[in-house]
Design a protein around this ligand. Structure first.
Ligand SMILES: Nc1nc2c(c(=O)[nH]1)N[C@H]1C(S)=C(S)[C@@H](COP(=O)(O)O)O[C@H]1N2
Ligand SMILES: [Mo]
Length: 404
């Protein structure tokens, strides 16, 4: 076996934390639901049943079981994680209009029909991931609030709609415009008040257009079908390369501005802080791009304990030109690493699944994985704890059943 990356010594702290996690992964599986989501004919199989873990019922939050998540390159919609801060609003498509306001020469209101008629259809693939994906691993060190995600708050989908860029250009941004605010039509309780969920991105990000990559969208389709209510019907933004929180569901309004949105989910939440104080939160910029990530999701074989085949995903950091360079796996706590095989064609802003067959012994308790991307980013041994449990992207471990 080769060691293409510098070998990292694993501290006792990390190892014991991993052991703890190994047990936790089985102990806190959440509520399993068999039939909350109808099985769609497009995805055929009843395999979807029992593979979605509801982490919170109200508001509804859930993620797929990792062994189910890793089966398909494009995540079937019934398995795609759901992250809601408030209700799932019911929106009448007939009377619905998307408003564009703020620093534009031509403010506008567009019905669904007008959007479809006036702008060319755009489609493409992008992986979406919650900033809180793998929060359990932060919580294992010190409990943080929020939905206790395993590594399933991620999914890969095809998206269809119109380019955000086309709509914004049509409304003619004024000089000095630098940010786009996205307002959702949901109701969220925050500190005793009811607000809507909001997102924000730099205008330049919204205007970026690369030939081979998905451009930011105002989307009405996911995996070739109309968005489901949970995923934002009738419209959501899809901002490839950015944390899921910037892909605002039930999009009702876009404001063009010279500054980021004052919405709670931009100004206060979704920031990496170690101290949860108003000052610390003000001092830190909002999270936009997601980092490189990796997870080991499932394994097969090993009944005779000689060899197992492990499967998982790796997500390049959210830059348009970054690809996964390598995924490596260790069966002995990080002393030796061997290279996994990348399964899927590599595309911008998109995960690739990987597979590795490795020898195991009776005493092997877990496998560990790490990844490196073409920008030179490597998933770290461990990630500094932060108060809201965001952006965990350290080496990931998968427990292996011990032989009796
Ligand atoms: N209006 C609205 N948009 C939202 C949210 C929300 O609660 N309300 N959650 C955000 C977060 S934190 C994520 S990770 C993604 C999740 O999208 P999904 O539920 O379709 O997977 O939606 C984002 N858009
Ligand atoms: Mo999220």
């Amino acid at each position: 076996m080769r060691q293409p990356l510098p070998s990292d010594a694993i501290s006792g702290l990390t190892v014991s934390r991993r052991r703890f996690l190994s047990r936790m992964a089985f102990g806190s599986a959440g509520l399993w639901v068999a039939s909350a989501f109808p099985v769609r004919s497009a995805f055929g199989q009843s395999e979807v049943e029992g593979d979605f873990i509801v982490r919170q019922e109200n508001p509804l939050n859930g993620e797929p079981a990792l062994r189910a998540l890793i089966k398909e390159f494009v995540t079937p919609t019934p398995l795609f994680y759901i992250r809601n801060h408030g209700n799932v609003p019911k929106i009448d498509p007939e009377s619905f209009k998307l408003k564009i306001e703020g620093m534009v020469e031509q403010p506008g209101e567009f019905s669904l029909g007008e959007l479809k008629e006036r702008f060319p259809k755009a489609e493409g693939m992008a992986t979406m991931t919650c900033a809180g994906n793998r929060r359990q691993e932060h919580s294992a060190f010190q409990k943080v609030g929020g939905v206790q995600w395993d590594a399933g708050a991620i999914g890969n989908a095809t998206w269809g709609g119109v380019r955000l860029k086309d709509v914004i250009e049509y409304c003619k941004p004024k000089e000095g415009a630098a940010h786009l605010w996205f307002d959702g039509l949901d109701d969220v309780e925050v500190g005793g008040k009811t607000i809507n969920f909001g997102g924000s991105i730099p205008l330049e990000k919204g205007m970026q257009d690369h030939d081979d990559a998905l451009t930011s969208l105002i989307a009405w389709e996911m995996n070739g079908e109309v968005l489901t209510p949970e995923h934002g019907y009738p419209l959501r933004t899809v901002i490839p390369g950015y944390i899921g929180a910037r892909s605002v569901k039930w999009l009702g309004r876009i404001v063009v501005s010279d500054r980021p949105s004052p919405n709670h989910y931009v100004a206060t939440a979704y920031k990496v802080v170690t101290e949860d104080t108003p000052l610390a939160l003000q001092e830190v910029a909002p999270i936009y791009r997601y980092p490189l990530n990796v997870a080991a999701c499932d394994y097969s074989g090993g009944e005779d304990r000689d060899e197992i085949t492990v499967r998982g995903y790796a997500l390049p950091s959210g830059r348009v030109d970054t690809r996964i360079k390598a995924v490596e796996i260790s069966t002995n706590g990080g002393r030796r690493w061997s290279r996994a095989k990348l399964i899927d064609e590599q595309r911008p802003y998109t995960w690739t699944r990987w597979e590795a067959t490795v020898p195991v012994r009776g005493r092997t308790e877990q496998v560990m994985v790490r990844s490196i991307d073409t920008a030179g980013e490597v998933t770290p041994d461990r990630v500094d704890w932060n108060a809201h449990g965001y952006l965990y992207n350290g080496q990931h471990s998968l427990p292996i059943k011990s032989r009796d």
